[in-house]
Design a protein around this ligand. Structure first.
Ligand code: ARG
Length: 454
């Protein structure tokens, strides 16, 4: 019997149906149904025999889902209805008892909470693997020099290890954000019913314990309305994907012939269908291209939740596509990043040559004057004048004459210039904590390894 005299319009059925998106929630749906059936029997709400029939039916349903032989129907609106329908086909009318003291409103968000917990843990683990790859690469290229850039203009030389570790620290924060998201699903929503609680003396804590929750959501209205832990995961994912887009962008630049700093492994590049010489860094490009999609999922879910009155509204069904695609996308981006870093071959000569331009030591000359008592702002102007003189006359800084130097500052002469411009001193003079001098990078690497064990 149905309340409705007319069948659903096919287009209504289509817009209303979420099965194609939410079918992947089945493992969580089966797990929570098992816990729910056990609790119902323990509380005397259903008979022990009913529980046994439900559990046996759920085993059969799970077997079909696992084997891919589960018969989904056109009429199944979502995964919850599909599983209950099939359970009833297998177990008989007792299958209808599984939905006692439960609503799809608390059911769906319980599935999603279980999914989010798993996804956040998995992504945090994948971030850790990328961090390990970066730490290994930093260790292997500890004292390889390259220019550090600002405005994509050569700024000051740094060690490759230092540059790679910069990504490790971004990812360390990403991992913390993912762990935070995982902690936001510590409490069980199930048992809230449609919104107000249920008319049975259930034991929510028993269900919580079986499903690995620390307790139960204290307010049934909040339980069925809340989607903020999905926002937390999407936010962590969006930031992480954005970080990976910066790594991808650098790999694209660095693997170009213009830079030539790195050769990516064949396994992470593609050829061109027309130009036989090409080796394209597609995966690195896609790290750039995929990030906005993850950010868009976060923005879209903010839009869905914006101004939405309590409690459950069908709008909330739209949460899952954003969630799943963001997780799938980030998972792939992390795997690609780890693969590319592990397979990258850096070109020591090309990087060193790019970092050997004397102009890159301009700050060091300015600091030399500071040590001789010139205020930094004034020394900045003196060195800018020297750079201008060298550049306009087509010479390097060390080619400026003693007279030219003295005309700018009484503290300058060719010998001191030569000592500052001796290449290794540019890097090893960056002795401040967190700087690029080798002892500082070694210190940083030790810290990084400690974080990796955390
Ligand atoms: N497919 C629905 C969703 O994903 C399940 C909850 C449906 N609840 C309802 N009252 N129609 O949100």
């Amino acid at each position: 019997m149905s309340r409705f005299a007319e069948p659903q319009d096919p287009d209504f059925a289509s817009i209303n149906r979420s099965l194609d998106v939410d079918r992947r929630l089945w493992p969580y749906d089966v797990a929570q149904s098992r816990a729910h059936a056990r609790m119902l029997a323990a509380q005397g709400i259903i008979e022990q025999a009913d529980r046994d029939a439900l559990l046996a039916g759920l085993d059969a349903v799970e077997g079909e889902l696992r084997a891919g032989s589960f018969p989904f129907c056109e009429d199944d609106e979502d995964v919850h209805m599909a599983i209950e329908r099939r359970l009833t086909e297998i177990a008989g009318p007792v299958g209808g008892k599984i939905h006692t003291a439960r609503s799809r409103n608390d059911q769906v968000i319980t599935d999603v909470a279980l999914y989010v917990r798993e996804a956040a843990d998995e992504l945090a683990g994948a971030v850790g693997e990328l961090m390990a790859a970066l730490a290994d690469a930093a260790e292997e290229h500890l004292d390889w020099t390259l220019p550090g850039y600002t405005h994509l203009q050569r700024a000051q030389p740094v060690y490759l290890s230092h540059h790679l570790l910069a990504y490790l620290w971004m990812l360390d924060r990403d991992r913390e954000r993912l762990r935070f998201a995982a902690r936001q699903v510590a409490l069980l929503p199930l048992g809230a019913g449609a919104l107000a609680g249920v008319n049975f003396a259930t034991d929510r804590r028993m269900v919580a314990a079986e499903l690995g929750f620390e307790g139960v959501v204290p307010n049934s209205i909040d339980a069925v309305s809340n989607r903020d832990f999905i926002l937390d995961l999407l936010s962590a994912a969006a930031t992480c994907a954005t970080h990976l887009s910066r790594l991808g962008a650098e790999l694209v630049l660095w693997s170009s012939e213009e830079f030539g700093f790195v050769v990516l492994a064949d396994a992470w590049t593609s050829g061109s269908s027309i130009m036989p010489q090409k080796k394209n860094p597609d995966a690195a490009e896609l790290l750039r291209g995929k990030a906005p999609r993850v950010v868009a999922h976060l923005t879209a879910l903010h839009g869905v939740l914006h101004a939405l009155p309590l409690t459950y509204n069908k709008d909330l069904q739209e949460d899952k596509e954003h969630l799943f695609d963001a997780v799938d996308t980030l998972r792939l981006c992390l795997a690609a990043s780890t693969g590319m870093i592990r397979g990258a071959r850096f070109d020591r000569e090309r990087m060193a040559a790019a970092a050997s331009d004397e102009l890159i030591a301009a700050t060091d000359i300015a600091d030399l004057l500071v040590r001789r008592g010139v205020p930094f702002r004034a020394s900045h102007g003196i060195v800018a004048g020297l750079v201008r003189e060298a550049v306009t006359s087509g010479r390097s800084l060390s080619e400026l004459t003693a007279d030219e130097l003295r005309a700018r500052s009484e503290h300058l002469d060719p010998e001191t210039m030569a000592s500052v411009l001796a290449r290794s001193s540019w890097l090893e003079s960056k002795v401040s904590e967190g700087g690029t001098a080798l002892p500082r990078v070694r210190e940083q690497l030790t810290l990084a390894r400690e974080r990796l064990r955390a």
